[in-house]
Design a binder for this molecule. Structure first.
Ligand code: GSH
Length: 207
């Protein structure tokens, strides 16, 4: 059985959603960032980067980094079709996943949630946070153009891009309450209504 180390409402909720949607056996182990548990020696011995998500495999080895975990799950469970069949489709899915994680999360939301990581001067925090909001908003304009009106981010099946888009849209729509383009809001509402996301949000205490 896999163990997912997650913190409530962190980016790990995207992997949590993916595992639940796949229906594979896994255990969800809470590491509360709010309480500093990511810095505990027990967790740091699993992931010296002191970040979630972490996926521990049956043999006790771990994978870190959202894109690597999502990619590994998709390749080791090909029957779930979490990557499209074609190279063109796979490339588009990885492009959206990577953009969500590297740009919208790391450059955008990180500035909004943790401005102190970008400047030591507290008086500069509002401007850092505004830059973050601008990056996020521009990011969703790009995503809006990519996803169109389809049920999922790419094609008519769930892919690993949906796992990444789920957490950045969860943050935008429910944590920060930013306006996102209408097709992104509709797409998020569809993901939000899935039994898998309902379950995960319940377990993480976010329902
Ligand atoms: N590049 C990493 C980013 C992971 C990350 O930043 N996780 C945050 C939660 S959203 C975290 O664990 N933060 C703990 C901290 O900053 O102390 C990934 O893709 O997994």
């Amino acid at each position: 059985m896999y163990t997912l180390y997650y913190s409530p409402a962190a980016c790990s909720v995207g992997i949590h959603f993916l595992l639940q949607e796949m229906g594979v056996p896994y255990r969800a182990s809470r590491v509360s960032i709010k309480d500093g548990e990511q810095l505990s020696p027990a967790f740091v011995s699993k992931n010296p980067k002191a970040k979630v998500p972490v996926l521990e495999r049956e043999d006790g080895t771990v994978i870190t980094e959202f894109p690597a975990i999502a990619y590994w799950l998709s390749r080791t469970h090909p029957d779930h079709h979490l990557l499209p069949e074609t190279i063109k489709g796979q490339t588009r899915v990885i492009e959206m996943l990577e953009f969500s994680v590297s740009t919208i999360h790391m450059q955008g939301f990180s500035r909004i949630f943790r401005p102190a990581k970008f400047t030591p001067r507290e008086e500069d925090h509002p401007v850092v946070q505004q830059t973050g909001r601008d990056i996020v908003q521009k990011g969703f304009e790009r995503i809006s153009a990519s996803i169109g009106e389809g049920p999922f981010a790419y094609g008519d099946r769930l892919t690993i891009a949906d796992a990444a888009l789920f957490f950045v849209l969860f943050w935008a729509c429910e944590r920060v309450k930013l306006e996102v383009p209408q097709n992104c809001a509709d797409y998020f509402a569809r993901l939000r209504a899935l039994p898998s996301t309902q379950h995960v949000l319940q377990v993480e205490g976010l329902a």
